[in-house]
Design a protein around this ligand. Structure first.
Ligand code: ATP
Length: 324
């Protein structure tokens, strides 16, 4: 069976790192059918649409999407909306998975991607002197994100940490915590603990190796996953996955379009290659994904896009030849 992948390089260094990652995927002799599609600010400027209907149609018909990065305009531009946010909404990609790996650290943050403090319910009162944000937590979204995290933990070291702040946010985090404890009780094979988010930040810095899978709400996950990326080598090697209940899933490097280095051939393609490895894992090519992940993390940054992708491929071929 052939798997269909849509590659969307987008803007800036997305145009460099996604072709490098696709070059790796295409060299693996797997039954993948890969097509490129347009999206982003450049596309918006030329077509008036940041995510053209044809791109959306290709994504809909795909098993997975590899997304680069798109440049967000500094000021509000009429008619422009972020393609990745549209894709997340369109395919209800509720789980954001962010692995962080280095030396003894091997952890995965599973972040709820649809609600919480990013529910976009903000208002101003009191003649502009008071600003209010509503934090929406639902049982449904909490249940599915914790279940997704449990499923991930079952494939790893079977340890799950629920991160919340229920001692202060008694209603919102209280609901998330209660649901999380109910769901995890259905996974007796998992070692489950709960940690307050501030303590989690400290423990991530002091004892990162204690964590396997962390599950948390939207804002906490956003902050902790950047902290974890900072601990393990930064944006150049931080991949991510956006998963929903079905297909397609969307995989993307955490970094943005990096206009400061775009076009210079110095962008590190490893975050995109690691995202491609997550894509392979999700499609079921577990062994290839594991080799690619290990080698990519181990490969020193050579500073040249093509060279790095080829160096990774060369090592991968040695491993697979050896295994044959
Ligand atoms: P955007 O507005 O698209 O988010 P940005 O520059 O604000 O772009 P990032 O693209 O995430 O945000 O980049 C932040 C910094 O990290 C920049 O200095 C950029 O050059 C650097 N950076 C990001 N990704 C990479 C990469 N793959 N390789 C090397 N440096 C990178």
């Amino acid at each position: 069976m052939t798997h269909t992948i849509t590659a969307i390089p987008g803007d800036g260094i997305g145009q460099e790192v996604i072709p490098a990652a696709i070059h790796v995927l295409e060299s693996l002799n797997l039954p993948l059918s890969i097509q490129f599609a347009d999206a982003g600010f450049r596309t918006f400027e030329s077509t008036g649409d940041a995510l053209p209907a044809e791109t959306l149609r290709l994504c809909e018909a795909s098993d997975a999407v590899l997304f680069g990065a798109t440049q967000s305009p500094m000021t509000k531009v009429e008619g422009y909306s972020s393609p990745i946010l549209t894709l997340r909404r369109q395919f209800d990609l509720f789980a954001n998975l962010r692995p962080a790996v280095k030396d003894t650290i091997d952890l995965l943050i599973v972040r709820e991607n649809t609600e919480g403090l990013y529910s976009r319910r903000e208002r101003v009162e009191d003649d502009g002197q008071t600003a209010i944000a509503e934090r929406v937590i639902t049982a449904r979204a909490s249940e599915r994100i914790v279940r997704a995290a449990c499923d991930q933990a079952m494939q790893r070291r079977r340890k799950l940490t629920i991160v919340h702040k229920a001692n202060v946010l008694k209603e919102t985090c209280g609901l998330f915590r209660r649901i999380a404890l109910d769901v995890t009780a259905q996974y007796p094979e998992l070692a489950v603990d709960e940690v307050l988010v501030d303590t989690a930040a400290m423990l991530l810095v002091q004892h990162p190796a204690r964590f396997d899978v962390i599950v948390t709400t939207n804002l906490f996950g956003d902050i902790l996953s950047d902290l974890a990326a900072g601990l393990t080598g930064g944006l150049g090697i931080a991949p991510s996955a956006n998963l929903g209940a079905g297909r397609p899933a969307v995989f993307e490097p955490v970094h943005g379009s990096a206009p400061d280095i775009a076009g210079q051939g110095v962008a590190d393609p490893r975050a995109a290659i690691l995202s491609a490895a997550m894509l392979l894992q999700w499609l079921g090519y577990a062994e290839t994904a594991a080799h690619l992940t290990r080698i990519t993390y181990a490969t020193a940054h050579t500073g040249q896009t093509k060279l790095t992708a080829d160096a990774i491929l060369q090592q991968l071929q040695q491993v697979t030849n050896h295994a044959q």
